[in-house]
Design a protein. Structure first.
Length: 463
């Protein structure tokens, strides 16, 4: 008790209270004015560190020293009859009261008073998410040029990622010219007016970037130029930043360097697919160690309503070694050595495929009949609830795993913004997965696995 009484007498508790209230005000001020004052992203964490280190120092100082009429002296050297710790305590009480009043006024103003944002000119803070499923820290901003910038800050993850998405794919290509997106990918590394050949890659490496690539989801020189001018433009593009960045710094750089680029209307869709007239076959005879089979089925683009049920269906059929086709064709009956499948993710129509590697003495015709039998079984009887539950778990786990890294987050945000026109739909995926039923998967299977919608390719040694 004597120690506690001495702590009270030396105003150590009052110093602790004053230090706590003052620290709270400093952190509140830094949080609300950090971007305006240009504080770095790590500034708030640094303040926490300084405050944490400073607290024991302040308490030790209060215990060791005492303010006297003649100045600052060690407490053990002060004559108790001459001590003015009582007056010092009153001053500390007054200081705490003033800081508490300021803190309460700050909270009141923050909660109830209107925000006069026009009094703080400068860089816009961007648009907050409209859905409660979206992380609240994400911000987006559409510049006057039409370019959309999306920022997902996370200062706990080192580094940053930038993804650049253009909403363009094969449907926007002029008639008679294909695969223009990969062509422009190669052009990036061949030089430009202000970059020598190979200098672009060196610039990326010098700034510690890991990779640069272009996906194809998204011929004459004049045709190439027109395609570039009408598709690779700001109002048809979104740029995503994730990691140790702030929306304000990104929006400032985007406004400075990108907002002056003129917008332009994208090229209208010119590619129209002809109707499928029936089953198509391709036979290739070549010196191969074993036969192989390829099944392709025509499907609509990834933005149609059946995209998610189709994704779950593919997972059920060929998603793993426990999937249905692997179990039936590889484990239960030795038709194939392996079976894989997937979908080309396009805005417009494209194929899903199944690829089977057969043993050297495998029978392509018998294997084809068995595959079609199993696909028709799914189209008629559907899938089991156990298969659907397992597929949901896998797709959901892949979704969550993709958002664990800054690159995964940037890629996912960009894909949803480019494909669906709204990155916020990414965060509705868990609910969308849960809403898929076995009936909807059966309906998709019935619409896709038709003879008139199928192409079969066979590679075999010459007979």
């Amino acid at each position: 008790m004597a120690l506690f009484a001495e702590i009270r007498r030396r105003n150590v508790l009052k110093v602790a209270l004053l230090y706590t209230v003052a620290s709270w005000l400093i952190l509140w001020f830094a949080k609300h004015t950090g971007e305006v004052l240009g504080l770095p992203a790590w500034g708030e964490k640094f303040l926490w560190l300084v405050i944490a280190i400073g607290l024991p120092v302040a308490l030790l100082f209060a215990w060791t020293y005492e303010i006297t009429p003649s100045g600052l002296r060690k407490a053990v050297d002060v004559d108790q009859t001459q001590s003015i710790v009582y007056k010092t305590g009153q001053k500390l009480n007054a200081a705490v009261a003033v800081l508490l009043v300021l803190g309460l006024l700050s909270l009141f103003g923050e909660s109830f008073l209107p925000k006069f944002e026009f009094l703080v000119p400068g860089i816009p803070a961007g648009d907050a998410p409209t859905s409660e499923n979206v992380p609240a820290e994400i911000r987006s901003l559409t510049l006057d040029s039409g370019l959309k910038i999306i920022v997902w800050p996370d200062h706990d993850l080192p580094g940053a990622a930038m993804y650049n998405y253009v909403r363009a794919d094969n449907l926007g290509e002029p008639s008679g010219i294909t695969d223009l997106v990969p062509f422009f990918e190669r052009l990036m590394f061949l030089g430009a007016e202000n970059l020598a050949a190979g200098e672009f890659g060196q610039l990326i490496a010098a700034n510690s970037a890991s990779s640069v690539y272009v996906t194809s989801d998204v011929a004459v020189f004049q045709g190439l130029a027109n395609y570039y001018r009408t598709n690779d433009v700001t109002n048809n593009r979104s740029v995503i930043f994730t990691g140790d960045v702030t929306p304000k710094e990104i929006f400032a750089l985007a406004g400075e360097h990108l907002d002056s680029i003129p917008a332009q209307e994208p090229r209208p869709v010119q590619t129209v697919e002809s109707e499928l007239s029936g089953l198509r076959r391709i036979l290739v005879e070549a010196d191969a160690p074993a036969p192989t089979l390829l099944f392709a089925f025509h499907v609509e683009g990834v933005i149609n309503s059946g995209s998610l049920p189709l994704n779950l269906l593919l997972n059920i059929l060929v998603g793993s070694e426990s999937s249905r086709l692997h179990r039936v064709l590889v484990e239960d009956e030795p038709f194939a050595i392996s079976v894989v499948g997937g979908q080309e993710r396009r805005l417009g129509p494209g194929p899903i495929f199944f690829y089977l590697a057969l043993p050297p003495d495998g029978d392509p015709a018998a294997t084809e009949r068995r595959v079609i039998e199993e696909l028709q079984r799914v189209a008629i009887d559907g899938v089991t609830e156990a298969e659907l539950a397992a597929a949901r778990d896998v797709v959901l786990a892949n979704y969550r795993r993709s958002l664990e890294t800054i690159a995964g987050r940037a890629g996912a945000l960009g894909r949803y913004e480019a494909v669906h026109g709204n990155f916020e739909m990414l965060f509705d995926l868990p609910d969308d997965i849960a809403s898929v039923t076995a009936e909807s998967i059966r309906d998709v299977a019935a619409s896709v696995f038709r003879d008139s919608n199928m192409t079969v390719g066979v590679l075999r040694p010459p007979e």
